[in-house]
Design a protein around this ligand. Structure first.
Ligand code: FE2
Length: 294
């Protein structure tokens, strides 16, 4: 990535709240990340008895989900199950929604996450100390890959002031048919509309997740689709409004995504659903490293 690409990335990010860099991953890196995800699915997910579905809602306040902050855990698509029999109705390896929320600890994923070229992205947008807080592989497999409703990532990972950004890496071509990202350009200038936060259930004393704030209505016409080739990087501001369609195609849409906040700009709040645990928060560099290494 030369200086020109990084300057464009920074300008696009500032103006639109997101930026695309094609060919960020080499074919070898894509293969390595794909192979490791496949291995995890075949050697771990499919031998587990659990079949937790995943949906970002208050219904996710179970121990498996809350405890996934610092672990590699597996979540299934709701659409993979027969609603009546509750049995999987698609082949196991095509039925998963995601591996989450600490795949950045996995050696193969950690190598890419902490690579020099990733650091360059955060230096380009003036992050003084980027701290990775979560990482996941989203499969969006054919026919079962669910829609993601319009949202701001800061609703799930919040700092004061806002200093959250996401990196999204295409491990397949992401198209209109298989559910590429769609954005409202410039929407990162809006405040966060609502937050998912930790609370305590008065009856049981257990942690539960609740929503605060208001749902915001968006005009479907304001969304711009961003199809990208496999290997592309998309950088997302924590406030940019984005969504993706259900995968109606017969092609998968695998991606690796991780989220970062800038410790020199924002304070990570302890009412976030995802908390620091065993090694899931990874500092990519310190402010003094910029002065020394540029
Ligand atoms: Fe998102």
């Amino acid at each position: 990535m030369d200086a020109k690409i990084l300057a464009k990335l920074s300008a696009d990010f500032e103006r639109d709240g997101y930026a695309v860099v094609e060919n960020f991953l080499s074919p070898e890196e894509i293969q390595e990340l794909r192979d490791e995800a496949t291995r995890l699915v075949e050697e771990e997910a499919l031998v587990e008895k659990r079949k937790e579905t995943f949906a970002y809602s208050c219904s996710t306040d179970n121990d498996y989900h809350l405890g996934s902050n610092d672990k590699v855990r597996f979540f299934y698509e709701a659409g993979s199950f027969n609603q009546e029999t509750k049995e999987l109705q698609v082949e196991g390896k095509h039925s998963l929604a995601k591996i989450a929320h600490a795949i950045q600890k996995n050696p193969v994923y950690n190598k890419l996450t902490t690579s020099e070229k990733v650091k360059k992205v955060f230096k380009a947008i003036n992050f003084g100390e980027p701290v990775v807080v979560q990482g996941m592989v989203n499969f969006k497999n054919p026919k079962v890959g669910a829609e993601y409703n319009p949202h701001q990532d800061a609703s799930y990972l919040y700092t004061e002031p806002i200093s959250v950004a996401g990196i999204w890496l295409a491990l397949d071509d992401a198209t209109l048919e298989n559910g590429c990202l769609q954005f409202i350009p410039g929407s990162h200038k809006l405040p966060v509309s609502k937050r998912l936060i930790r609370s305590t259930d008065e009856k049981t004393g257990k942690t539960k997740l609740i929503w605060t704030g208001e749902e915001r209505e968006y005009n479907p016409k304001d969304f711009v689709a961003e199809p990208v080739k496999k290997g592309a990087l998309v950088l997302l501001h924590g406030l940019v409004v984005h969504r993706s369609d259900r995968n109606e195609s017969d092609k998968p849409r695998w991606i690796y995504t991780f989220h970062v906040y800038d410790k020199t700009q924002g304070k990570y709040l302890d009412d976030n659903w995802l908390l620091p645990g065993d090694g899931n928060f990874i500092s990519l560099y310190k402010p003094q490293d910029i002065a020394v290494n540029g």
